[in-house]
Design a binder for this molecule. Structure first.
Ligand code: ADP
Ligand code: ZN
Length: 210
């Protein structure tokens, strides 16, 4: 199974990716997690990425395409993968098409902008394993501590109100056009992102089965 999750920031891609990874036994490749890890480690890529991410902008296509070429050629991707955060522009989608990697399905999680702003404003992320929680909608068992690994939970630097706005507008102008690209290829499946995580997962699995 090679799957792309395509949805606005905060629509629940990361959360659903976690569930689908478990269900299918394949890794999730999250561009956001890769980039934030590089920022934390202070790598060259991290230095480039930080300025773009903090402004709510996208990393340049050529950089992102190279990062993903390297990542997808690794051993753990051989039996399938879930892409969370790539492609995000038409140029990236075309590069993926040209790589010859056949994608089975592209999943679109539909969520209203208003709900997205609410979700992102209260989001918490584990510093260690990148699992996400929410101050109201998905509270961790112990405040400030990751349920999955015990790591410290923090608010992402790009989850500030001004940055959320620019990320949403970048999504509408740069990423939303990809929906049409994948409709034309006949592999787009759209599912309404619901409030309960489990309900969304059920709807997603049902969509993937037909
Ligand atoms: P979200 O989807 O919630 O915005 P991500 O963790 O997927 O968060 O991405 C965080 C940031 O990383 C994005 O706002 C963008 O700056 C950068 N980024 C992630 N994936 C890509 C990509 N494919 N192309 C360009 N920039 C990217
Ligand atoms: Zn964790």
């Amino acid at each position: 199974m090679r799957l792309i999750l395509l949805a606005a920031p905060g629509a629940g891609k990361g959360t659903q990716a976690e569930k689908l990874s478990e269900h299918f036994g394949i890794p999730t490749i999250s561009t956001g997690a890769i980039l934030r890890h590089n920022i934390q480690e202070g790598t060259e890529l991290g230095k480039i990425a930080k300025q773009y991410i903090d402004g709510g902008n996208l990393i340049p296509d050529d950089v992102m395409i190279q990062v993903m070429k390297d990542r997808l050629s690794q051993e753990d991707c051989k039996k399938g993968f879930i892409l969370d955060g790539f492609p995000r522009t038409l140029t990236q989608a075309e590069a993926l098409d040209a790589s010859g990697i056949a994608i089975d399905a592209v999943l679109n999680l539909e969520v209203e902008d208003e709900a997205i702003v609410q979700r992102l404003s209260g989001r918490l992320e584990c510093k260690e394993c990148a699992s996400t929680f929410h101050k109201e909608y998905r509270k961790p068992k112990v405040q400030g501590v990751c349920d999955n690994c015990g790591g410290e939970l923090t608010t992402r630097a790009d989850d500030k109100p001004e940055t959320i706005k620019s990320r949403l507008s970048v999504y509408h102008t740069q990423t939303e056009p990809l929906l049409k690209h994948y409709v034309e290829k006949g592999i787009l499946k759209s599912v309404k992102g619901q409030d309960a995580i489990e309900d969304t997962t059920k709807a997603v699995l049902a969509a993937l089965e037909d």
